[in-house]
Design a protein around this ligand. Structure first.
Ligand SMILES: [Zn+2]
Ligand SMILES: [Zn+2]
Length: 404
């Protein structure tokens, strides 16, 4: 980590950054559409990884792929001519089962590369380090960022940033803590007609468990989200299922609250198992996603840049419904931002077919161009304004102190 005092380099004007990103638009759009057209699920994003690293290598970045022991991760690094801050732009590029790029990660990825390339082109003699870190497996509890952080990939990073497409433009937004669970029920198989009484249905255990979760819903705070699917309901109707499983997410405002709820979820599983003569096993399928702490200093710098480009953006209502991301875990380690840029009509749900279609439109790429310019602005400001990094760090430390 560097103290990064380099007051001799002026910050590039917005117009220069906008011109650089505009020049990258054709490649950015092509990469985005190529990723969109070939959706890859968590930790299988080899095509996206190749598209992004090829582009960044051509632009003069030193590419390491894989990195941190994650096959589809990468680090593309542009080393400056002298010491300074290490600023990372994060790229997500995984899709959703059945929905494809209904979260628009194709735009995040292409926009991240464009932002970093534009920043180093506008500031060829920059201090410090500019990197694009490819962080796969954000959906479905993959926790790619957590795996990379545990492997030390973020150890030297002073600040990290990304943008996310959505149905509104927000500099900050609540991100809930989330636990990702698989509750497996083990019963006894038997012929479902000749001798069902010799069996014990694991599916019955799973069903009763889901009913217990539904019964719990009224008796948890309104901020809690409990939602799941039957991920295994047996093999055939004429066999009493010996195994069944429910995949369940438990979310709330804080990791502390989620951890407390896990005890009640375990009790519900035990109760359902007892009632159905089965056995339940509750397992976390990945790391708990922590709640998000957007760095307010850097979020406002991004907001100012986006507004200067003519797009309205404001802080999110902290009480609005929210999802979760592994950026939350990173936000406990270093200053990060995760702003949103509107690419679809307000009210368009994320993780939907409508958002998938929106993520491939000219408007989506216009807005990604704006977001990439905004990120390039924050990157170059961090490299050239030691006071900004100091303020971001002070705010990070104050939040960490307040939350504990
Ligand atoms: Zn997403
Ligand atoms: Zn998503």
């Amino acid at each position: 980590m560097s103290t990064g005092s380099d007051t001799s380099t002026p910050t590039p004007p917005m117009a220069v950054l906008a011109t650089e990103v505009a020049a990258l638009r054709p490649r950015m759009e092509a990469v985005s559409l190529a990723i969109h057209g070939r959706p890859e699920l968590k930790f299988a994003e080899f095509h996206a990884q190749e598209l992004l690293t090829d582009w960044l290598a051509e632009a003069g970045f030193t590419v390491q792929a894989p990195v941190g022991g994650v096959a589809t991760a990468f680090a593309a690094v542009h080393q400056g001519s002298r010491p300074g801050p290490y600023v990372a732009v994060l790229a997500e590029y995984d899709a959703l089962p059945g929905v494809g790029h209904g979260c628009g990660h194709n735009l995040i990825a292409a926009g991240a590369a464009a932002a970093a390339i534009a920043a180093v082109r506008a500031l060829p003699d920059h201090p410090g380090t500019v990197a694009v870190l490819g962080t796969p497996g954000e959906e479905m509890g993959g926790a790619g960022k957590v795996l990379l952080a545990e492997a030390g990939v973020f150890d030297d990073v002073d600040a990290a940033m990304m943008f996310h497409p959505g149905d509104r433009s927000l500099t900050t937004r609540t991100g809930l803590a989330a636990a990702h669970l698989r509750i497996g029920f083990t019963g006894v198989s038997a012929h479902a007609s000749i001798s069902p009484w010799l069996g014990r249905s694991a599916l019955a255990g799973a069903q009763l468990f889901l009913q217990a979760i539904d019964a719990m819903r009224q008796f948890v705070p309104p901020t809690v989200r409990l939602h799941g699917i039957v991920s295994d309901g047996g093999q055939a109707p004429n066999v009493v299922p010996a195994y069944a499983a429910v995949d369940l997410y438990v979310r709330d405002r804080t990791a502390t609250s989620v951890e407390a709820l896990l005890g009640r979820v375990r009790d519900a599983a035990e109760g359902a198992a007892l009632a159905t003569g089965t056995e339940a096993m509750v397992r976390e399928t990945g790391p708990l996603y922590a709640e998000r702490r957007d760095n307010l200093v850097l979020a406002e710098r991004f907001g100012a840049a986006v507004r200067a480009l003519g797009v309205e953006i404001r802080p999110g209502d902290p009480d609005s419904p929210a999802g979760s991301s592994d950026i939350g875990n990173l936000s406990r380690l270093l200053p990060v931002i995760h702003p949103y840029i509107q690419i679809a009509d307000t009210g368009t749900p994320s993780h939907s077919g409508a958002m998938r279609e929106a993520a491939a439109t000219p408007l989506a790429h216009d807005r990604t161009q704006v977001a990439a310019t905004g990120l390039a602005r924050v990157v170059t400001e961090l490299l050239t304004r030691p006071d900004l990094l100091a303020a971001a760090r002070a705010e990070f430390a104050a939040r960490a102190e307040a939350v504990g």
